[in-house]
Structures are given as C-alpha cells and as structure tokens.
Design a protein around this ligand. Structure first.
Ligand code: AMP
Length: 324
C-alpha cells in the first residue's frame, strides 16, 4: 500500500510480523452509543455489502477506518464504517507479505472458505472480503464487547453459573460447526468475542477445516488446548472430538483462571496432556463441575462427553436454568 493510499483511508497498516503470543493484555475496546445504534440496525447494510461482494467491487476506499481493535498473526483488525450503508464492522487486514510463504496462504484461504459459509448468532458474521496487491481484507461483524480473554484476565476467573452459561453457548456454536462438518481446532478465550449483550461469538477460523469424513491428521492449534490424540508422535488421525477436549480445557480455565496442563516447556506441557496429568481442581469447585470437566478431558476421544451430553449435563442444566 502506498503512503497516499494510507492517507486516503486514514490508517497506517503495519507490516509487523506475527505477535509471538496472543496472551498479551491490550486495551479493551471502548464502545460508543452511536456505534451501538448503528450496529444494531444494519441488516440491510450487511446485505448491501454482501451484494457488492458478489459483484467483486469491494475495496478499501469504501470504508472509513476508526481505530485498531487488535492484531493477529498476519495483520491487524480495525473498527470501520462502510461509508454508503453506515454499517459498523471490523476489517481484518491481512498483509500478504506476512503469509505468502511456507504454505501459510493455505491458512488464509481456509479461513475465508470456512468462515464465509457460516451463519450463526454464536459465530462472528462474515460479510465479505476483497484483496489488492498487498493485502487481503475480511469484512466481519464487529464484536463490541471485545475479547473474552481480556475479560477473564481482568476478572481472574468466572463463577460457576457464568462459566456454565458461557460453555453452553460455545457448545451450541460448536454443535452448529460440527453439523456443517467443520472442526474449529483453536477454541480458546482469545478466539471468543463478546457481542452487544455479552453473548459469546466464536472467531478466528484460521485453523478450522471442513472435514466431511470427520478425520484429520494435521497437528495445529494452541498447545494448552490441544488434545492428546493430536499430540502423539507420528501420523495419527483425529476427529472433531478435539474441540470437545478444548471445551474441557476452557471450562477448567473459566473456573480457575489457569489451564490444566500448562508447564514450563512445550515438551513438559505436551507430556502432561498425553498422560492426563491435570493440575488438581480447587476444593471450592462443585462436584458437578468437576464431573463435567472430567467427562470432557478423557484420553479416549469417542468416550468424551458429546455436545448433546454437554447441554444435558446436570452442571449446565442447573446453572443455565437459574437467572443471572
Ligand atoms: P485475529 O487476527 O482474528 O486473531 O484478531 C486479532 C484481534 O483483533 C483479536 O484478538 C480481537 O481483539 C480483535 N478482533 C478480531 N476480530 C474482531 C471483531 N470481529 N470484532 C472486534 N474485535 C475483533
């Protein structure tokens, strides 16, 4: 991108490399009433963008950039407004020079292919995408509440009621994905965003894959959340039960503020995961919550609690029934 283009759109796109670790505290996005009103009333605007997208006429100049929302492995995400329709959205700007090597472009292609086919209230909306010589831009639903990771870091851990309500929401989104034969493969608090009413929305489909035969071999994801079957040496296939394992890790983390297998080195963490050598849960955690976690963090994938089982589990049922 030339500096002139930068001036025209009012943003300087960084060409920084990947962040070493997403577990970095950033400023929580500020919200504004105006943004909220616009975000709520723009169904027509989304269709406008989507129809423009079909005509392949989308370009950067159609958007007014407000401020950066965060950065990911291949670029930055900006709060933006579609000038014509006033739709508030998030523009995920991926710098081609950051991923056009080592086969990483496959990662981006997959993200677009998978995410563009998903429509669910528990998944960040995908409105369209375009590219130019230096970047690929994804037009996404703006999650006004920001990252769940930052909320968790701020609050240290969640009450059982709140954790169960969150886990039920993630389970519903995963159920939708699995019915569409998609494995997410990178469930973690950094990839869960919050909507206007505090509802959770899955984001970042960079590691997701459409697998109609429910079988994959590529080892990918974030170590703390990776399942034992994905970490064993050699080529071993795994199923969408990897997302159920990650859901167990997520539940543990929501309730304690830390992940169950984390150790000082990659090798040590990996060993602990493969041996199910879990950090004991604090005594204050209820027996139902412990049972729930132990039903998901099971070495044998087919015997893990299913997503239907998750939603029917007494810990979820009890905590999701009561208000608050
Ligand atoms: P990603 O490249 O998808 O990992 O996104 C990088 C960061 O940008 C995230 O960790 C969020 O803080 C922020 N972000 C990404 N997508 C959105 C969105 N749709 N709405 C609000 N913030 C977002």
């Amino acid at each position: 991108m030339t500096s002139k283009e930068n001036e025209a759109i009012g943003v300087s796109v960084s060409s920084d490399g990947p962040r070493p670790c997403k577990r970095v505290r950033l400023n929580t996005p500020r919200s504004s009433t105006r943004t909220t009103a616009l975000a709520e009333s723009n169904h027509a605007a989304k269709s406008a963008i989507q129809s423009t997208s079909t005509q392949s006429k989308l370009h950067y100049g159609l958007f007014e950039i407000a401020r950066p929302l965060g950065s990911g492995a291949f670029g930055q995400v900006y709060l933006a407004r579609h000038r014509e329709s006033c739709l508030i959205c998030a523009l995920k700007v991926l710098n081609k020079e950051n991923f056009m090597c080592d086969g990483k472009e496959r990662h981006v292609r997959r993200e677009i292919e998978v995410h563009s086919c998903l429509r669910h209230p528990g998944i960040i909306g995908f409105y369209g995408w375009f590219h130019d010589s230096s970047r690929i831009v994804l037009i996404l639903e703006y999650a006004i509440g920001g990252e769940l990771f930052k909320v968790l870091a701020r609050e240290d851990h969640f009450s059982e009621q709140r954790a169960a309500k969150y886990i039920a929401q993630v389970a519903c989104s995963l159920s939708y994905l699995h019915k569409k034969h998609v494995m997410h493969r990178d469930i973690k608090p950094e990839n869960i965003l919050l909507g206007l009413h505090g509802e959770l929305k899955l984001a970042d489909f960079g590691y997701s894959v459409h697998a109609p035969d429910n079988k994959r071999e590529t080892k990918c994801g974030t170590l703390d959340y990776m399942s034992p079957e994905m970490l064993v040496r050699g080529t071993v296939s795994y199923t969408n039960a990897v997302d159920l394992w990650a859901l167990g890790v997520l539940t543990y983390e929501f309730l304690t503020g830390w992940t169950p297998f984390a150790d000082n080195t990659v090798a040590a963490t990996r060993r602990r995961i493969c041996k199910l050598d879990m950090e004991p849960l604090p005594a204050s955690i209820s027996p139902e919550a412990k049972h729930f976690i132990h039903s998901l963090l099971v070495l044998d994938p087919p015997t893990r609690l299913s997503l239907e089982g998750v939603l029917d589990h007494p810990w979820i049922v009890k905590n999701c029934k009561s208000p608050g």
